[in-house]
Design a protein around this ligand. Structure first.
Ligand code: NOJ
Length: 544
């Protein structure tokens, strides 16, 4: 069956996320662009991925790097033109790669023509496209705060009202209660579908059905009604992959989003595992060690609860998160080993894996002085915490650990100046470790992190058990190993990962002699129960 005709093609797919600004510059302005991506399609094909999720390239004042859209049906000149976008879709197809666009539907830019109209007067037909409340200047309707700090309400003197914004003041929230807004959005989505895009990632989709008067921002009462309507009017007409970003999803909610009846999305990004290394009830900047047993429990629960009732996305990294090898691996002595271990651990599970640009090389977090950071969230937090009297060194420790810019440093292509990313001055500094850590070097090394990702992608396509096997967590209370078994009627697979630097003996008993070793990041010939630092193995057996 051709991929197109197979409605659930994305269950076997591996997706690669591109953050266009930082991927490949083609015109020397220091910002990555669409022509740059086209130049790198053969690299992506060689890696073996099926689709690319592009962070937003629409027209935007770039207050939040494109997540503030001023025209959903045009491309920002820093990235190219609409024609370049059409070329990218077509060229990618030649490399068997689909393009997934990022839809930011919770808010627009304040420079979108809808908002420019909306703030002219209360009678303007676009006024009700956004969320307004009466009040007195200086006294916002309530205490809701934006995700980037500060009040979620902004005063507009012209209409003597506050508008609601869950992100920056330049990202006013759209009013999904207004049917006209919804219809405009659906038309726009259909327009992109006609251009041949392979799917959509839906930015903070769990926030669209807000009810700010009741302090409801996420998972509002009409959320699933809106999503089902959108899905009916758009995505369901084609075999698209759709993935909603849903920070507030529990497995129960995710089963609704990813219901196999196709009434909502293919899957969501769920973040329970991602939020484990922060102090409970506090912000992501308030660091805490990773509770390893909890990580196992959480991932196992999602595997079990969505089995045949929904579908998981599998990811460690994205443009909002620090680099996994620096976060839960070891980016010094065992960078390669731990990057591979984390890859094996994730890619052996059920779901659709997402690789964030550079993760396939084991790219690491950066450590710059505060002037070199560009991210609005990081800079706002730095300012706020300074004002509150936090110690500079504590603030910087949080920045090094969690800043979104860790993921946004330019892609490391080769060892030439600026890592081959640009011939100009990069918009954000390149991580100096590019001299040794780059794609060119890894593509010549059969034992590189890149090669490990290639192998994992190949294995997923070859063995059904990766896609349809049950999941059972092994060694639940073990403090060194993350191990699990996957099984279908014909095959059994066991993944065993030593999660730490210390050598450790694996206590799990299995008839290893009768299992084939599909992958081992140490390429050991003789297998024993002793696992080296960050060693990861995949065992496999055909049952009949
Ligand atoms: C989530 C996106 O991933 C992030 O980068 C952005 O800042 C917010 N949504 C607001 O759109």
């Amino acid at each position: 069956m051709s991929a197109e005709r197979n409605r659930d093609w994305w269950k076997k797919a591996v997706i690669y996320q591109i953050y266009p600004r930082s991927f490949q510059d083609s015109n020397g302005d220091g910002i990555g662009d669409l022509k740059g991506i086209i130049r790198r399609l053969s690299y992506l094909e060689e890696l073996g991925i099926d689709a690319v999720w592009l962070s937003p390239v629409y027209q935007s004042p770039q207050d939040d790097n494109g997540y503030d859209i001023s025209d959903y049906q045009d491309i920002d000149p820093i990235f190219g033109t609409l024609e370049d976008m059409e070329d990218l879709i077509q060229e990618a197809e030649k490399h068997h790669i689909k393009i997934i666009m990022d839809l930011v539907l919770n808010h627009s830019s304040d420079e979108h023509r809808w908002f420019k109209e909306a703030k002219k007067s209360r009678e303007n037909p676009y006024h009700d496209y956004y969320i307004w409340r009466d009040g007195e200047e200086g006294t916002p309707p309530n205490d809701l705060r934006g995700c980037f700090g500060g009040s979620a309400w902004e005063w507009v003197p012209q209409v003597k009202q506050y508008y609601f914004h869950q992100f920056s003041v330049k990202q006013p929230d759209l009013n999904w209660e207004n049917e006209k807004v919804r219809q405009e959005i659906y038309q726009m989505i259909n327009w992109w579908m006609e251009k041949g895009v392979g799917g959509f990632r839906l930015d903070v989709i769990d926030k669209i059905a807000k009810e700010p008067d009741r302090m409801i921002t996420d998972n509002g009462p009409r959320l699933h009604e809106f999503i089902q309507e959108m899905s009916r009017e758009t995505f369901q007409k084609a075999a698209l992959i759709t993935v909603g970003e849903a920070w507030g999803a529990t497995p129960e909610i995710a089963r609704r989003y990813s219901n196999p009846d196709g009434s909502e999305f293919s899957m969501v990004f769920q973040f329970e595992h991602i939020e484990l290394d922060q102090q409970q009830g506090k912000e992501k900047w308030d660091l805490a060690p990773l509770p390893f047993l909890k990580l196992k429990q959480v991932l196992a629960r999602w595997q079990k609860e969505l089995y045949q009732k929904g579908w998981n996305s599998l990811f460690w990294d994205n443009h909002d998160l620090p680099r996994i090898v620096s976060r839960w691996g070891n980016d010094k002595t065992y960078r390669e080993e731990s990057a591979k271990m984390l890859a094996v651990l994730l890619h052996g599970m059920q779901g659709t894996p997402y690789i964030y640009q550079g993760e396939e090389l084991g790219m690491t977090n950066a450590r710059y002085s505060i002037e070199e950071y560009r991210d609005i969230e990081t800079l706002n937090m730095y300012r706020e915490r300074r004002e509150k009297g936090y110690k500079e060194s504590d603030i910087m420790a949080s920045v090094y650990a969690k800043s979104r810019d860790n993921a946004r440093t330019p892609m490391q292509w080769d060892s030439t100046e600026n890592a081959g990313f640009t011939e100009g001055v990069p918009w954000i500094k390149v991580n100096p470790n590019y001299v040794k850590l780059n794609a060119e070097q890894q593509m010549q090394d059969a034992d590189s992190v890149f090669a490990c990702y290639q192998t994992l992608i190949r294995l997923r396509k070859k063995y059904e058990v990766f896609t349809d096997g049950t999941f059972a967590l092994l060694l639940e209370d073990d403090h060194d190993f993350f191990a699990y078994a996957r099984e279908n009627q014909n095959e059994k697979m066991i993944v065993v990962c030593n999660f730490y630097e210390k050598m450790a003996d694996c206590q799990y008993k299995e008839d290893w002699e009768h299992m084939e070793l599909l992958y081992d990041n140490y390429h050991m010939e003789k297998q024993d129960h002793r696992y080296r630092p960050y060693e990861a193995r995949i065992y496999y057996r055909k049952k009949r």
